[in-house]
Design a protein around this ligand. Structure first.
Ligand SMILES: C[S@@+](CC[C@H](N)C(=O)[O-])C[C@H]1O[C@@H](n2cnc3c(N)ncnc32)[C@H](O)[C@@H]1O
Length: 714
């Protein structure tokens, strides 16, 4: 019996330890539109807090009950984002400005339908380079107007390929005010699902220099306590092709120090230049899309979260370097989750941390200053104005730190520098942001000095020895990822790769890695040198979920001298590093390759431009990169050169994306239901109606609702 029990127990342990892969989210069964958007306690509570100027209260409440317009950013590589912006404005927004909305049929008039309202996309003025937009595409607009339908299809397909990212407007603010530079070490403490992490990565890759843009000096450590949600972060990172991101899985309130090798060779904890604390919160600023918050809201939710939020932010300040910036944000309007936290951090920091005034960093954004005074209420909606008034039944819930600062210290704290965004001001969700700067070490904080070097060098030597032998077993629960094996000087696959692709001399071969020690390597990844150092020094005490961009994939027996082909997933990183196997192609060549997705009959080299053919003559069979530089757009694709043919390795949605950027025909891959309907009608010789589509078309689009549904995009 003993053995059997032990075995069962062991199996159970094993199951718990196994890294949880993300499960497919099931669509909610609730009909969200029908949820009641009313909560008297919510109104009483916030009226008493005076977060909204009295004369704006009605506008605030009306707005809170309306659906949130969709907002999105054009993402990734800046040049590509600008080119896509050009296409979006010209091809999709311009026709909208001339659109005459279709008239209602008698049947629709009888059914009480309202006419389609003209739509004007709004560019968010405070987001750099016009890359963020907001628009109110309703299901009715999409169904009834071809121009809206086409814009919607465009947004969906570009979102699928990751060139557009759906994100609430206000949620774009924290990374902006973090003021990220490409050399910064950044920690995102509560990062999943990763929309803000994506912005941080984009800023890290924003150098004008090609090589530094592909491989920045700085890093982003993206952490989340939820193991399953860490895989959402992995997905984001993959999309952005950053060799400078590492995903970790820790409770941010107890985030372990992450070590690195300092310039003097000693090993010690990283002090981060930038830290984002986008903490878990009650989310009452998201009621315009998460309608269930209306019914769940109560006045003590905020107090319940205060402790966790404070511990996370406090740990963030400890990990921040002197001179560094920490942004604290929530999608809650509640002062107990916001100003009460900031107040407590400032008081504890005793002058070593200051609030930064960021109003000039957000041109055109309307917001209200942080509160200097607020009140507490218990579930019974009794107002509690001071510690002395806390009822005995609430002593577990409330403590003295939740109350506003006394008038004597109020002035010193400058809580008015916090930013609160109210939904009715610019048709957004509600949000809170505070930017803190560490101006000197925290009380009692030890800062690394020259004197510490000798002691730490000894630790460093010990650590380095440990690193060279990847830890064998005994990892923490849930920490079962394969270790990372960086190439060593005698790496057998390296000479073949180096000679075939001509890797630039300044690139260190030791930055390439694989996930398998024994046997054939299947995929080869790449990271920057700081990530390599972090992996080496921390691999056995930090739960690393993922790092490295896949740059090469094994492709045995395809008649090429090199066993590895280029991976499209990592082309932005690898192509700037290689000097061979790249050819310049014309627009027409690219269009030919993108229009042809026939695996059996790829385009023949003789059909390409004579100059392209000439470049092909000197190349043996194997992986190849195609470069196109147009006036408005630069495109780099990976593919394969055979004896007589070439092909581009591009997924279907990406093909549409590139064809769009080239201004070429996408109809091979995109069906226009309206055009199909017209053809059908013409065929039946009936009068075609060019603006209105019939019921069969309306219901025949499974993606129709995905740009205006209520899924989380915060
Ligand atoms: C507001 S969401 C973060 C949204 C994210 N920053 C974004 O922009 O996509 C809060 C996140 O905190 C995570 N979380 C909750 N408790 C945590 C803790 N103790 N430590 C770290 N992360 C935590 C949740 O899993 C959730 O993903």
């Amino acid at each position: 019996m003993g053995r059997k029990w032990k075995k069962q127990h062991k199996m159970k342990e094993g199951a718990e330890n196994r890294v949880q892969r993300p499960k497919k989210e099931r669509p909610p069964t609730t009909n969200y539109e029908e949820l009641i958007r009313e909560n008297k306690d919510f109104e009483t509570y916030y009226k008493a807090q005076k977060i909204v100027p009295e004369e704006e209260w009605d506008a605030f409440i009306v707005c809170m009950k309306e659906n949130l317009p969709a907002a999105f950013r054009l993402t990734g590589n800046k040049n590509m984002a600008r080119s896509l912006l050009h296409v979006m404005k010209k091809t999709f927004f311009e026709p909208l400005s001339q659109l005459v909305p279709p008239e209602l049929t008698q049947e629709e008039l009888d059914a009480g339908e309202e006419p389609v309202k003209p739509l004007k996309p709004v560019c968010l003025p405070w987001y750099p380079d016009n890359l963020a937009w907001q628009l109110n595409l309703t299901r009715r607009n999409i169904r009834r107007c071809e121009a809206y339908w086409q814009l919607h299809q465009f947004l969906i397909s570009e979102t699928e390929t990751g060139n557009i990212s759906r994100q609430e407007a206000v949620s774009m603010i924290p990374p902006l005010v973090l003021d990220v530079q490409p050399h910064h070490k950044i920690l995102d403490m509560c990062a999943a699902p990763g929309s803000k992490t994506a912005q941080l990565i984009e800023f890290l890759h924003s150098s004008e220099d090609e090589l530094s843009a592909a491989i920045p000096q700085g890093i982003v450590v993206a952490n989340d306590a939820d193991n399953r949600r860490c895989y959402m972060l992995t997905h984001q990172a993959k999309r952005l092709q950053s060799p400078a991101i590492i995903i970790t899985n820790h409770d941010a309130a107890f985030m372990p120090n992450i070590h690195h090798t300092r310039k003097d060779g000693s090993v010690g904890p990283i002090k981060f230049d930038r830290i984002l604390c986008d903490v878990p919160c009650s989310g009452d600023g998201t009621m315009r899309k998460n309608f269930d918050v209306w019914t769940k809201w109560n006045p003590v939710n905020g107090a319940n979260l205060h402790g966790l939020q404070l511990r996370i932010a406090r740990r963030g300040l400890e990990m921040l370097t002197v001179g560094g910036r920490l942004v604290y944000s929530t999608c809650s309007l509640n002062p107990l989750e916001n100003e009460a936290i900031i107040q407590r951090l400032l008081v504890e920091a005793d002058g070593s941390v200051q609030l930064v005034n960021v109003s000039d960093q957000l041109p055109g954004l309307k917001f209200v200053p942080g509160l200097e005074d607020w009140i507490l209420m218990n579930r019974e909606m009794e107002m509690i104005k001071s510690v002395e008034e806390i009822p005995v039944k609430n002593t577990n819930l409330f403590n003295k730190h939740l109350f506003p600062p006394s008038p004597e210290i109020r002035e010193k704290l400058k809580l008015g520098r916090c930013v609160r965004i109210l939904p009715h001001h610019q048709d957004t969700g509600g949000f809170f942001v505070a930017v803190l700067e560490k101006v000197k070490p925290l009380p009692g904080e030890k800062v690394y000095t020259e004197k510490d070097q000798e002691v730490e060098k000894i630790q460093s030597a010990t650590n380095t020895q440990r690193i060279k032998q990847p830890p064998k077993k005994k990892r923490r629960q849930g920490f079962r990822e394969e270790p990372y094996y960086y190439f060593e000087a005698d790496e057998v696959v390296w000479p073949g790769i180096d000679s075939f692709y001509g890797i630039r001399k300044e690139v260190d071969a030791g930055l390439f890695l694989s996930r398998t020690k024994q046997g054939k390597k299947r995929n080869i990844y790449f990271t920057n040198s700081l990530i390599k150092d972090i992996v080496a020094v921390n691999q056995d005490h930090i739960k690393i979920i993922n790092t490295g961009v896949k740059v090469l994939v094994r492709s045995d027996n395809k008649g090429a001298p090199c066993d590895f082909r280029l991976a499209q997933d990592g082309s932005q990183v690898l192509l700037p590093l290689i000097t061979q196997r790249k050819i310049t192609v014309t627009r027409n060549d690219l269009v030919i390759m993108l229009q042809n997705d026939d695996m059996e009959m790829p385009p023949e080299i003789v059909t390409l431009d004579p100059k392209t053919q000439e470049q092909c003559t000197d190349l043996c069979t194997g992986a190849i990169a195609f470069l196109y530089k147009g006036d408005d757009v630069t495109i780099e694709l990976v593919g394969w050169k055979g004896n007589k043919s070439v092909r581009a390795y591009v997924a279907k949605n990406d093909r549409i994306h590139y064809l769009r950027l080239l201004g070429a025909d996408t109809s091979k891959y995109e069906k226009n239901k309206f055009a199909e309907q017209r053809d059908l009608e013409a065929k039946n010789s009936s009068e075609p109606d060019l603006s209105v589509v019939d019921e069969s078309v309306k219901s025949n689009n499974e993606n129709e609702e995905s740009m205006e549904d209520n899924s989380s995009g915060v």
